[in-house]
Design a protein around this ligand. Structure first.
Ligand SMILES: CC(C)(COP(=O)(O)OP(=O)(O)OC[C@H]1O[C@@H](n2cnc3c(N)ncnc32)[C@H](O)[C@@H]1OP(=O)(O)O)[C@@H](O)C(=O)NCCC(=O)NCCS
Length: 161
């Protein structure tokens, strides 16, 4: 379960007025996150309870606007020691195109509890260039990666990624 201890004791915050990125769970607006994710191509139809469970076991980054509240999100599934999977990255449409998505991902990669990992993974349909600038690249040896994947599990259309 998400705990401050797991992250070395304290929430982190990065500030770029009027925005901030924070790992503070008390600032996470799950309604906003669920509203977005349930309509996304990769988590369409995700039940609220499933999202709550995933957030409870992840390191979560909220992009907050001073007056509008939660306007973006990113989630990291990780052991905080060897491996991390970056997922559920979004910025709400009115706030896009200001480098906020990239900044939020930069904050994710800078988190002190997520240093020295052997591998980061992510899946994306069309945002490769966003992540390429942050050091992500196509797997050097794709044949070494395998998956068990059921994209229909939430009852959505079951799109890839
Ligand atoms: C992808 C997303 C998070 C980008 O957020 P943003 O704040 O608009 O992105 P930024 O302003 O930081 O710009 C990101 C850069 O990535 C590029 N990019 C690559 N793929 C992109 C995509 N699918 N959507 C938006 N930008 C993308 C942009 O062109 C931009 O490059 P530039 O700086 O050379 O112009 C946002 O568009 C979004 O929430 N999209 C819907 C959800 C989604 O697809 N999430 C990604 C899942 S892997």
């Amino acid at each position: 379960v998400y705990s401050a201890e797991r992250l070395g004791g304290a929430s982190r915050v990065w500030v770029k007025p009027p925005y901030r990125v924070t790992t503070d769970p008390s600032q996470l607006d799950l309604d906003v996150v669920h509203d977005f994710l349930t309509g996304s191509y990769w988590a369409e139809g995700i039940p609220r309870a499933t999202l709550e469970r995933s957030v409870g076991a992840s390191v979560n980054f909220s992009l907050i606007h001073d007056t509008e509240g939660q306007v973006g999100f990113a989630r990291v599934v990780t052991d905080c020691a060897t491996f991390a999977y970056l997922c559920d990255v979004f910025v709400l449409a009115p706030h896009r195109g200001q480098q906020l998505g990239r900044w939020m991902c930069t904050c994710v990669l800078a988190h002190p509890a997520l240093q020295g990992l052997r591998r980061w993974l992510l899946a994306t349909r069309d945002a490769h260039s966003l992540y390429a600038r942050l050091g992500f690249e196509p797997p050097r040896n794709p044949a070494s990666l395998m998956e068990r994947f059921d994209p229909t599990v939430y009852g959505g259309k079951g799109e890839d990624s």
